[in-house]
Design a protein around this ligand. Sequence first.
Ligand code: G4P
Length: 530
Amino acid sequence: MNPIQKEIERRLTFAIISHPDAGKTTITEKLLLFGGAIHTAGAVKSKKNTRKTVSDFMQMEQERGISISTSVMGFEYRGRKINLLDTPGHEDFSEDTYRTLTVVDSALMVIDSVKGVEDRTRKLCEICRMRKTPIITFMNKLDREGRDPMELLDQVEEELGITVCPMSWPVGQGREFKGVYSLYEKRLILFDPHGKQEKENSVQITDLTDPLLDQKVGKSLADKLREDVALLQEVYPPFDRKAYLEGLQTPVFFGSALNNFGVRELLDCFVDIAPPPLPRPLEGGSYVSPFAEKFSGLIFKIHANLDPRHRDRIAFMRVCSGVFERNKTYFHVRSGKTFKTANPTAFMAQDRSIIDEAYPGDIIGIHDTGTFKIGDAITEGEILRFTGIPSFAPQIFKTVVNLDPLKSKQLEKGLDQLTEEGVVQVFTRLNSSQRLVGVVGQLQFDVLQFRLETEYKAQCRFEPTEYTSACWVHCGDKARLEEFIRRHESKLCRDREGRLVFLARNRWTIERTFQEEKGIQYYFTSDYES
Ligand code: G4P
């Protein structure tokens, strides 16, 4: 293997998906501690009120304790370069999370064992399944009286539609929690709530009839474990890496992130089985291999004003193929222009540092003066278009009312730039030039308003509309489409890319309208092939 191939193969790029409060921040911190990227617990998050996460870029998210932006944390573990992409916890920023999930190669799903599968886990898992993203599951908070582990596995299979393969199994739960038996390593790892969970707290037990098991956890829990394991072996198929890589099977671990229990086993297995950088899909159905010689990268996030004193933006780019080099001239496919980057940034936990090169799987920040847009491809000159960063149909639509006529330019500019960043979507009506702002969650309006005021000095108000649903409309037959437009003009608008969008009071209206309008296709995400 040549040195570049080696660099690519050692990279693992993933994200954590979970419902808020399941333990994502806690587990992130433990992973960073294992990776030596941080040295003290609490560095990722201190107490809720003064909550500061590594991903806290904006004043607002600190004030409100909500992680709005998606950041990147890189660390090294067992010779692997791991890129962990953080995602916003709050559901109102789910679009940001969806976009992040399009640039990772695998995901870690954290479930609170007391609450079981929750709403947001369901949605995020669905996105992963759509993209066949491999998922490893961590059942967290075993130190609390939670649901029965068998019931949790059933729930994952039934509600998330993915087969499970338990890799470890809890011995007791809550106050009775004694540890986990690693089915993967045939080792019993004992839980010590006051001490560190390290190798001395684990014993090799290859055969569960070994009396050492009774000595360590007591006869009743030992018998229960024997019974459970016999049942598991009957019910669940063995681990199948191919099925995992296709997103069909999820290996499941049990533990307690807060007590740092079961996290190292999880990380070790992740490093063994998770996929290295995968090919990225292009328009037209082909793929770019990470091993392709020429560099290509995909912009999936734009973040403004990391430094409030400057009106700068940072574009987050995933390296898809080849090697990215500092100061080299690259090609921005959409504008057809070339550019150079003197200070590309890598993100290592709390730090940002300038890098000289980056490999497929890496996420780098490049300085942007307003050129880039989400979904843009950067190459060495090739015309490539990546697919897979769709917009999702918003559920709340409001009109924008300018409150300061002298600042209308600032308002327009702010709206334009913040739409490019993906903060909100903006639609222009066909029958007037009125602009509508569309969002998935109400908080996006608060962020928009806050940023328009602080960054663009623009004052505006949002007024409600009757719409709560929308879809993109497409028809290959021009005359047929024109006829449709004539009939529904008052409900039609165009998105930033000029695509036709139909607004409705609810989803039912959409279904009914398009049942009647034969030959017209409609889509709830923007990535349909036109
Ligand atoms: P999130 O990022 O997914 O939203 O979850 P986070 O890690 O912030 O965890 C949510 C709460 O659950 C935190 O408590 C955290 O300490 C707790 N927690 C995480 N893992 C475990 C675990 O294994 N066992 C138990 N018992 N609790 C766990 P909090 O009181 O909301 O915050 P804090 O005051 O502890 O920071």
